[in-house]
Design a protein around this ligand. Structure first.
Ligand code: GLC
Length: 617
């Protein structure tokens, strides 16, 4: 159990620590030789104040920029503009995608930051949203909807801790995760990034995930990365589930549904929160000073920094300077910018426009100082000034290790929700004589992992990151006497003792996953029907980022498992199929009977399966 100190306690602790060191440390290096901000034994707020007092306006505004590596065509810009942060967005990768290449790339940008006058280290972030999913060879975990189905916060904490270790192994110390959306409408393309539909479950998982990412102490670079709770606020409540749409409703509902996970994340010590693209009652969240500053920073006491979403500021106004001014005054501290030299709304333009707004008195210097102080606080707390580089080869070597895969396999096992099990057809016997497996998803790691896997949208096929498909896991689990036949289209099934049909959604991310209806693909329904026609009992496994309306596929299946998007460790599915462990997953969201029932869970009748439903053996 990790004890979290709140901001005030941390300040007192730092002061006491500094005092105790001051009296016991013996002759210190002469103070005037080393500036206060570079002395790790001093309290963080002393170091922040000292550094801020030394910074020019240009250096302060540079700290408020997070540029995408794809936009920084000349790494020297990191030094030239004193950039505070960078990211690899969904599709920005080093030329070679392996851990060593990622470490080298990040360290290269870092080296330019340390060439600046004040040598302020760079913060580098990625979307490690279900494992360190940008990097080939890492362990890909179930997406959050599956982690929500486990109802096991301790396991979620362990999963995010493994993710943090694999990130640290590539020198990346900041993840844009966890997404703590309380998704209300399954037609939203990001439903799978949400732990569930109830604020209670999401709050529990939010806190667990933050603890997992940030470990015992943020300064422990070999055990901790900066988490980023996202997207504040109401990202999962938009009308009709339209991504980046409008969350309409009164403040009481907004607070009841979407604020609890942020309270939980802040209590767990989260130091970064990302602003949502969505709007509340027609006002862009990136422009909403009441919610960003009034509620989050003042009422909830959030002391960390607020990062915009990618080019989220641009959506405020076609006049970029107006957009920048509005967002910074509303409370955005760090601007995530995907565009570079020669492009509109580039990180260079952001710097010029914000500087102009300060000169025109439209953005007070106190706001700039507050934003920069929040960013610096996190960097000091993470120990970045002392340890800016990847420096533990053991962490790099542990990426994709068997121990890490075992944690992911447990997540898969506990995420599976058994929705039907007629005549106890499950668990299957490992000595079954002839088992037929059908469906392209049975042998496709990309479909098993879903979006945000190596590429932003994910992709079908081997996904180029190691793992075990469901078919491979089945083959490994059965006895030598068993014959396993794989027939992707369910053609020519003869003398089967059982058929496993793997169906579901092709990979997608964000708005590309927006749906108008939620029916299981007709081709999948036909596949299950064909399997049923063989006369053998059919066990259907659904790979999807959300509940789908199964129609005839449920009737034609003797057993039906919601497997969500399990990631690379398909053996977790075989563990449940063959009874090495019982299914314990419970629905993290109601399973609608019809598409219009998906709308904000306005169930005009009983759902097909209620929240919390799940059978076991
Ligand atoms: C995306 C997403 C956000 C992600 C960011 C950086 O558009 O909305 O969740 O963290 O950009 O990739």
């Amino acid at each position: 159990m990790t004890i979290k100190f709140n901001f005030r306690q941390r300040c007192i602790f730092n002061c006491l620590a500094a005092l105790s060191i001051a009296f016991t440390a013996g002759p210190l290096v002469r103070a005037e030789e080393v500036p206060a901000y570079l002395r790790p034994n001093l309290p963080i707020d002393t170091r922040v104040r000292d550094l801020l007092s030394r910074m020019t306006l240009d250096e302060k505004i540079g700290q408020m920029v997070q540029a995408d590596s794809g936009a920084v065509t000349n790494a020297a810009d990191v030094q030239k503009y004193a950039l505070g942060a960078m990211l690899s967005g969904g599709n920005s990768k080093p030329p070679e995608n392996n851990p060593a290449a990622w470490s080298k790339m990040v360290d290269e940008y870092e080296s330019w930051a340390l060439k600046t006058r004040l040598k302020i280290p760079l913060l580098y972030g990625v979307d490690a949203v279900h494992g360190h999913n940008d990097v080939i060879g890492t362990v890909i975990f179930p997406h959050n909807i599956g982690l929500g189905a486990t109802h096991d916060p301790a396991l979620v904490e362990e999963a995010e801790h493994v993710t943090a270790l694999e990130m640290a192994g590539t020198g990346i110390r900041w993840s844009f995760a966890p997404c703590i959306a309380v998704a209300q409408d399954e037609r939203w393309g990001r439903t799978y990034e949400s732990f569930g539909q109830s604020p209670g479950l999401v709050s529990e998982m939010a806190a667990a995930a933050v603890r997992g990412f940030q470990g015992r102490e943020l300064s422990d670079r070999n055990d901790s990365v900066l988490a980023c709770a996202k997207h504040f606020i109401g990202d999962g409540g938009t009308e009709d589930g339209v991504d980046q749409g409008d969350t309409v409703g009164d403040e009481a509902t907004l607070r009841k549904l979407y604020l609890p996970p942020y309270r939980a994340a802040i209590r767990a010590g989260v130091e970064c929160i990302m602003v949502s693209y969505s709007s509340w009652n027609g006002e862009k969240m990136h422009a909403n000073k009441y919610l960003l500053t009034g509620v989050l920073k003042q009422e909830l006491g959030f002391k960390g920094f607020l990062v915009s979403d990618d080019a989220g500021i641009d959506q405020i106004s076609p006049d970029y300077q107006d957009a920048v001014e509005t967002a910074v005054n509303a409370g955005v501290d760090l601007a995530m910018i995907p565009r570079g030299p020669g492009e509109t709304n580039s990180y260079i333009e952001f710097i010029q426009d914000l500087k102009a707004s300060v000169a025109e008195g439209k953005v007070p210097l106190t706001r700039i100082d507050d934003a920069v102080s929040r960013i610096l606080w996190a960097k000091f707390e993470m120990g970045l000034f002392e340890h800016p580089y990847t420096d533990d080869p053991a962490l790099t070597a542990a990426i994709g290790s068997a121990a890490h895969r075992q944690v992911a396999r447990r997540c898969v096992r506990e995420s599976l929700v058994l929705l039907k099990n007629e005549n106890h057809v499950l668990p299957l016997s490992k000595t079954i004589k002839h088992l037929v497996v059908v469906g392209e998803g049975a042998d496709d790691l990309g479909m098993q992992c879903g979006g945000w896997t190596i590429a932003w949208q994910g992709g079908m096929g081997a996904v180029t990151t190691g793992g075990t498909t469901i078919l491979a896991a089945i083959r490994r689990a059965v006895s030598p006497e068993t014959t396993v036949t794989y027939s992707p289209d369910a053609g020519g099934i003869t003398n089967a003792d059982a058929v496993v049909a793997v169906v579901g959604e092709l990979p997608y991310a964000e708005g590309k996953g927006n749906a108008t209806e939620l029916n299981l693909d007709p081709g999948d329904a036909a596949l299950v029907e064909k399997a049923k026609a063989s006369g053998a009992p059919v066990v259907t496994i659904l790979l999807s980022g959300r509940p789908l309306i199964p129609g005839s596929a449920l009737d034609n299946s003797a057993a039906f498992i919601a497997a969500w998007l399990p990631g690379t460790e398909g053996q977790g599915v075989a563990d449940v199929l063959f009874g090495d462990c019982r299914p314990t997953g419970k629905l993290p969201r109601e399973w609608p009977r019809t598409a219009d029932q998906a709308a904000a869970n306005d169930l005009t009748g009983e759902p097909l399966f209620p929240l919390g439903f799940g059978l076991t053996y």
